[in-house]
Design a protein around this ligand. Structure first.
Ligand SMILES: Cc1ncc(COP(=O)(O)O)c(C=O)c1O
Length: 404
């Protein structure tokens, strides 16, 4: 019998593909990295002291689901951020080591089982945060990709999915504000997703890690939409973290909030195989969720960079000025070719859009929603961002779309 590893169909991770593309090339001049979505603004001032203050508690096993104090801080934050009733720290919330492991493990806990050899479906936007695919495969589900195109303001149109597929759907992954396009779902959009979820009995995993990085109106989240529209709380799960909000991706601290039954199932799995947050991390997280000043400061820096991007690219046809998040999703012709030439000729490292999509090239009429794009992470200082964006614009001007 031929044996196959469970994850053999996973493509190489985008950054390893990027290394394969670029690492053999010696770039010209000083290098600037816009490829990884790793916040580079400063760590909040209260972090170091709080970690040190609690190091003597490292000889304790931490609470599996987060301490009561941490869950209370998160509950208060959610209530104030989304004008909802505070979720119960005991039943509606759980701390996570960042949202990535949370989304992955919650998928294992909540995805339906294969019944009569019919695989459950997990709906995934395309392009997408790569964890969603691995989670679907780990749960032995069929990932079904739904394109997020300029024609839909980069929000996937889930209403186009066939009834047959919706009947098999167990989880719908949604990311708002979205990585990579910075698209934000409004109440009407949430309404149609929540209606679908109730009609077909699936859950929505709402990845909201970019919720605090926005330029205009505060993005609404799934908990707020669900409460406003009186939907069944068991259909909605919100994932968030301190990684982008507080520039703390290295802390590994996030949470999931959802219906009591969903959270109970995730907690059950976590009791067996989860890694709880170290106590000093939980203590810092309490301070971070309770403070908005550092978040506002952070947001202001990103807003400056959106303005820079607008000033540099506003004359480029089809430029998508993001509403939120910290990426530019630029239409450039052949994204991989431009990435290569930007690195070789200008030392600017970005990510080809096609590395973030599912590319079923054998599908009839398949139109890769990432092929034409590059993703630029606006994570560097305002000064470095200015230099890098100008180089991208020069390169685009020198090589208009058809020649790239
Ligand atoms: C869309 C999206 N979701 C989730 C994550 C994971 O973030 P973390 O695990 O640090 O919370 C990222 C990180 O880049 C992301 O871009």
């Amino acid at each position: 019998m031929i044996q196959q590893e469970r994850f053999c169909s996973l493509p190489d991770y985008p950054f390893s593909r990027l290394r394969n593309l670029l690492d053999k090339v010696k770039p010209l001049g000083e290098t600037l990295d816009f490829s990884i979505g790793e916040p580079k603004h400063s760590v909040p001032s209260f972090v170091a002291g709080e970690i040190v203050k609690h190091t003597n508690q490292l000889n304790n096993y931490p609470a599996n689901f987060g301490s009561k104090k941490l869950l209370e801080a998160i509950s208060l934050w959610l209530a104030s951020r989304y004008s909802i009733n505070p979720p119960s720290p005991d039943t509606d919330l759980m701390a996570l080591n960042g949202s990535r492991e949370g989304i992955f493990n919650a998928t294992l806990a909540l995805c339906n089982k294969n019944i009569d050899a019919v695989k459950p479906v997990i709906l995934i936007p395309n392009p997408f945060y790569q964890c969603y695919l691995a989670a679907a495969l780990a749960a032995d589900a069929e990932p079904v990709f739904v394109p997020a195109m300029p024609s839909n303001s980069f929000l996937p149109d889930f209403s186009k999915i066939s009834k047959k597929t919706l009947n098999r759907t167990s989880i719908l992954m949604m990311c708002s504000p979205s990585n990579p396009q910075g698209a934000v779902a409004d109440l009407n959009y949430w309404k149609s997703l929540l209606n679908l979820a109730e009609l077909y009995g699936f859950k929505i995993f709402s990845d909201e890690v970019y919720s605090e990085i926005y330029r205009g109106i505060k993005p609404i989240g799934i908990l707020q939409a669900s409460a406003k529209l009186f939907h069944d709380p068991e259909k909605s799960l919100s994932f968030n973290s301190l990684s982008k909000r507080s520039n703390l991706p290295g802390l590994r601290s996030g949470f999931v909030c959802g219906g009591q039954r969903s959270i109970k199932s995730i907690k059950k799995l976590r009791s067996y195989g989860g890694a709880p947050l170290p106590i000093p991390v939980q203590e810092v997280s309490i301070l971070a969720w309770s403070d908005e000043k550092h978040v506002e400061k952070n947001r202001k820096l990103y807003r400056k960079k959106y303005e820079l991007a607008d000033s540099v690219f506003k004359h480029f046809e089809g430029y998508n000025s993001p509403n939120a998040g910290f990426f530019l999703w630029l239409r450039v012709g052949n994204g991989e070719k431009l990435t290569y030439s930007l690195w070789k000729n200008h030392g600017v490292r970005c990510l080809p859009g096609a590395y973030l999509t599912n590319q079923k090239k054998n599908t009839k009429n398949f139109n890769d929603p990432g092929f034409d794009f590059i993703r630029i992470a606006l994570v560097n200082s305002v000064e470095k961002t200015m230099v890098g964006l100008k180089k991208v614009a020069e390169s685009l001007q020198a090589h208009p779309e058809k020649e790239i």
